[in-house]
Design a protein around this ligand. Structure first.
Ligand SMILES: [Zn+2]
Length: 230
């Protein structure tokens, strides 16, 4: 069997023209990265081709069904990587400029097994953030995604008595609605004898991660939000 010349990277909704035959009006297209003779990716985002499903199937020698399944799986993987990147940025970007001791406590608090391994928290945090930013800046299957502290939203979180998340909601923009939202959340927390507080994050899933983090992480998260919104 010959090595395929392309690797499917995902699905794109905003290209309606096939890069192979020029057919227009496609609902979606498949992002294809060229591969070299050894099957390694041979290019950057600039070299990615966007084909309709039938042309992608012809280029790969696959059925259209296999192309569609593979593209969906690749896209789901990208979405998961994005979600992980948003969690890492929401946790670590607020401590990026914090003193080394703070960074170390936040990092080892989440990675206890790495304590005393000689792994340097400062370097690891820098690496995690750089990877996360690269992930969200990748435009292979769509525009770059927000990745800055300035892009954080505020979320209201209700924790149960045994510290499990019972609700995460984005804080409303409107002043009056926001006050009502806070009142409702406070009442709900009292009913279940839980607690309510706010965290800042790139999305709701990342907000959960921040809510479950230690007090120091949440303290710096709040500081970062305030600094970005004065
Ligand atoms: Zn085509």
């Amino acid at each position: 069997m010959s090595t395929p010349k392309w690797k499917i990277k995902g699905i794109v909704d905003d290209f309606d023209e096939c890069g192979c035959c020029g057919r227009r009006g496609l609902k979606r297209s498949v992002a294809l990265m060229p591969l070299d003779a050894d099957g390694n990716e041979d290019g950057t985002v600039e070299d990615v081709a966007y084909y309709g499903t039938s042309c992608a199937a012809a280029a790969l020698g696959w059925t259209q069904g296999k192309v569609a399944d593979t593209a969906r799986a690749a896209q789901a993987e990208r979405d998961q990587r994005d979600a992980y990147a948003r969690r890492m940025i929401s946790i670590y970007a607020p401590v990026e400029t914090a003193p080394v001791g703070v960074k170390a406590r936040v990092y080892y608090g989440r990675n206890r097994h790495l304590r005393d391994t000689g792994m340097k928290a400062t370097e690891e945090v820098a690496k995690l953030l750089a990877e996360a930013r690269t992930t969200l800046a990748d435009t292979t299957t769509g525009p770059a995604r927000p990745s800055q502290i300035e892009d954080f939203h505020r979320y209201i979180v209700i924790l149960t008595r045994d510290e499990r998340i019972c609700l995460v909601r984005q804080v409303l923009e409107d002043d009056i609605e926001r006050q009502e939202q806070a009142r409702v959340a406070q009442r709900r927390a009292e009913e279940i004898r839980g607690s309510v507080f706010a965290v800042a994050a790139l999305d709701a899933e990342a907000a959960r991660e921040v809510a479950y983090a230690d007090a120091l992480t949440r303290e710096w998260n709040a500081k970062a939000w305030q600094a970005a919104h004065v």
